[in-house]
Design a protein around this ligand. Structure first.
Ligand code: NAD
Length: 251
């Protein structure tokens, strides 16, 4: 395995965070920054990335775009130690509702998008003294909820991908973990609630469904991502729930 020079080993770590312009990705970028990590936020909307993270244009459904963004991050920072695979999109409906094109579109972003970014960053991770990948999964990977068949299947794939990648790369010194949030109060959930007949009542009901009595804050998920990426040096192949107890607890 190639190694970094002594100077590079003592330099700050560098992370690429997909979907880093908003919500959980932006919170992960902030939590990594607080740990001294330099962050490139790869997003469709790089102008919306909050400093000191650097926004880089990237569409995770386009392999050339992902490779270009990774090259730009390396050009700017000289290395990549951490990949946060977080960009994702929603889908609603039963198996009767989504056509083949919709299945391809959502799996292409939510699953293959993570593969593309990990694949492009792997040569750099292999040279890192502290390499880690964190994937954003969901409690929906492991619980049945109504009218979320495509989204749930995509996150089930992220769960399996995490374990398989953790196995493949453990002897290369690359840790691979995931976070599994319940509902998180990001622009995503705000958009979903805004489309309902009574957003206030829907929010109250969503809060109540979580044993903690509330949605998670994006910062709480961002902290969990940064913990797995930087602090959890003995942990690989773990899917960490940040779900207010909704998956495992029955009140
Ligand atoms: P968000 O909509 O606030 O942010 C998503 C970001 O991803 C946006 O900045 C968007 O521009 C970017 N993005 C979307 N498609 C992209 C693409 N093709 N290429 C690059 N960037 C792209 O959403 P969020 O709530 O922060 O969700 C982030 C992740 O968390 C997703 O993977 C989602 O499935 C997961 N998640 C969210 C919740 C929740 O309740 N919010 C719960 C569980 C899991």
């Amino acid at each position: 395995m190639a190694t970094l020079s002594e100077a590079q080993t003592s330099d700050p770590l560098v992370a690429v965070v997909s979907g880093g312009a908003s919500g959980i990705g932006a919170a992960a970028a902030a939590a990594l920054t607080a740990r001294g990590v330099r962050v490139a936020a790869l997003d469709l909307t790089p102008d919306e990335v909050a400093a000191p993270a650097v926004g880089i244009a990237c569409d995770v459904s386009d392999d050339a775009s992902v490779r270009g963004a990774v090259a730009e991050a390396v050009e700017r920072f000289g290395r990549i130690d951490i990949v946060v695979n977080n960009a994702g999109i929603a889908a609603q409906g039963t198996v009767a509702d989504n056509d083949d094109e919709e299945w391809r579109r959502v799996l292409d972003v939510n699953v293959v998008g993570m593969v593309r970014l990990a694949r492009a960053a792997l040569p750099y991770l292999r040279r890192s003294p502290a390499a880690a990948i964190v994937n954003t999964c969901s409690v929906f990977a492991a619980m049945g909820v109504p009218r979320r068949v495509l989204y749930s299947a995509s996150k089930g794939a992220v769960h399996s991908l995490t374990l398989a990648m953790a196995t493949d790369h453990v002897r290369e010194g690359i840790r691979v973990n995931a976070v599994a949030p319940g509902a998180v109060d990001t622009p995503w959930i705000q958009r979903v609630l805004a489309r309902t007949a009574d957003p206030r009542a829907e929010r109250d009901a969503l809060n109540d469904r979580h044993p903690l009595g509330r949605l998670a804050r994006p910062e709480e998920v961002g902290e969990a991502i940064a913990y797995l990426a930087v602090d959890a040096s003995g942990t690989t192949g773990t899917v960490l729930a940040v779900d207010g107890g909704i998956h495992d607890l029955r009140l």
